[in-house]
Design a protein around this ligand. Structure first.
Ligand SMILES: Cc1ncc(C[n+]2csc(CCOP(=O)(O)OP(=O)(O)O)c2C)c(N)n1
Ligand code: SF4
Length: 289
């Protein structure tokens, strides 16, 4: 579909970080249209289920194609779209619950394949749409609607996880900096391979973390977010690892490996080697003698 569904009237809460992520994605897609002189229909947004995934219905202006799939399965759907139409720019929008909990099992295989899509993950450290339950990024001991006496599991470090699993482009962004975020999304879309732009996008209703992320000098609260220095070498795995492990949350392009072939290229190369078989030849091939 390329037109909005008028019957889907979901609204984000005032101040939700996802508003700014939407703006950043619109900017990145619009820049892409201008730079490559391509129509908006060159973009497909594959959405997970959650407040974050609802972004696909809330995009303003020219409409890309949209696919609102099932909770946790944005990656397999995006793979289907990309394999069917390798010429399209495929972007995923999903939450930390969707991508890192039920959807976690898909990250490693797609990282190994280097599926050439860009996933924009909105991390609010809760399940927003279903009313504030804990998610994989909720801190140990945190009180939520599903953990009234404190969360019992340690939180996942998504950036460390992506690096370990072999995601070939890893960026960390903040919804409070939409212009910088648009630039990170643009770089993620340009990357030849699997890109994840992991965004701190606070949920003002169930987990308002703006002050923790940005800090508050008047109250003596130091910010968790810090910008990667200009001399950070994203091609250096060890530098990426130490940036992720040095405390707080780095913002910027943390890691990029442009040497690996994309899944699209690997499939093309493999297909070029395939020898056509008749049905009988296939049956004979699989016959156990
Ligand atoms: C297979 C399946 N399991 C569970 C749900 C219920 N469900 C819908 S959204 C959601 C969590 C959303 O949290 P997150 O992905 O973090 O997105 P947010 O709403 O915070 O943006 C859950 C558990 C579902 N729709 N489908
Ligand atoms: S519940 Fe949270 S994540 Fe969902 S729209 Fe409201 S503020 Fe945003």
């Amino acid at each position: 579909m390329s037109a909005k569904n008028p019957e889907y009237d979901f609204k984000w809460c005032p101040g939700c970080g996802d508003f700014a992520v939407r703006r950043a994605l619109e900017q990145a897609m619009s820049d892409r249209m201008t730079n490559y002189e391509i129509p908006i229909e060159n973009n497909v947004v594959v959405a997970g289920i959650g407040c974050s995934g609802n972004l696909v219905h809330l995009l303003e202006g020219d409409q890309p194609y949209g696919f609102h799939g099932i909770h946790g399965r944005s990656l397999p759907i995006a793979m289907g779209v990309k394999m069917g139409r390798p010429d399209l720019n495929v972007v995923i929008v999903a939450g930390d619950g969707d991508f890192l909990s039920i959807g976690m099992e898909h990250i490693a295989p797609q990282a190994a394949r280097n599926l050439d899509v860009c996933a924009v993950i909105m991390d609010n450290a809760v399940y927003g749409l279903t009313k504030g339950q804990s998610s994989p990024t909720t801190e140990l001991g945190e009180t939520t609607s599903s953990t009234p006496y404190g969360k019992m599991e340690a939180s996942v470090n998504p950036l460390a996880l992506y690096l370990t699993l072999g995601v070939s482009f890893i960026a960390s962004g903040f919804s409070g900096k939409p212009r910088e975020l648009a630039d990170l999304i643009t770089q993620g879309m340009e990357h030849p391979g699997f890109a994840v732009v992991h965004v701190q996008s606070p949920c003002t209703t169930y987990n308002n973390t703006y002050q923790i992320l940005k800090g508050n000098p008047r109250k003596g609260i130091a910010p968790i977010l810090w910008d990667l220095p200009d001399d950070h070498d994203a091609a250096d795995y060890d530098a990426a690892h130490s940036a992720i492990r040095s405390g707080g949350l780095p913002v910027g392009v943390i890691y990029q490996d442009t040497d690996r072939p994309t899944l699209t290229k690997t499939v093309e190369d493999t297909l070029a080697k395939v020898k056509p078989m008749t049905t009988q030849q296939m049956v004979d091939f699989y016959e156990i003698r």
